[in-house]
Ligand binder design. Sequence first.
Ligand SMILES: *Cc1c(COP(=O)(O)O)cnc(C)c1O
Length: 219
Amino acid sequence: MALADITERLRAAERAAGRPEGSVTLIAVSKVQPAERVQAVLDQGHRVFGENYVQEAAGKWPAWRDHYGPLDLHMIGPLQTNKAKVAVDLFDAIHTLDRPSLAQKLASLGQARGSLPQLFVQVNTGEEPQKAGVLPADLSGFLRDCRAMDLSPVGLMCIPPEDQDSTPHFAMLARMAADHGLAGLSMGMSGDFEAAVAHGATHIRVGSAIFGARSYPAP
Ligand SMILES: *Cc1c(COP(=O)(O)O)cnc(C)c1O
């Protein structure tokens, strides 16, 4: 298991950026990983995990919560509106608020239940047509609409284009978050989390570098 290595690299990146140790939250992305690998990381004491699929997460995490105690679960995959209710009951944070219809659904769930997970707005910094996320030019209006619905996103999230240097995307996301007074920055994965920390990431999402390659297909 590479959890200790990744934690060590994260601490080094925090120090190199002049940031306090432990200021960046390491989300261990456990989607489609075999249960033994996830349990090994739980057994090492890690408690912050990320998942991409509501159904998969709902099938495994309640039992682990019962067994291991309090966990911090982050939804980092695209969220269908019809799965939003299950998602708000299961997750502590949702990183993929990316469209008005989902904002509306979350707002009404929030009104009914009195609380919501922490919300991050996903921004399509590369303006890729196939990728989810609010376009940079639409972010101000989207945040205004969210706030009008009583939603208070805590930060922004991005997934840079696979074939590009992530650094300009991290810099852009950090600038947009600062412009809008948002403290949270969910950015950086196995291949680029150190650069994300240098640009101010508060949450990094690391999967394969902790658990190994994902050998199972997505459900
Ligand atoms: C799968 C996934 C990750 C983790 O990717 P790795 O390259 O395995 O670290 C991070 N963020 C999102 C949104 C993902 O879907």
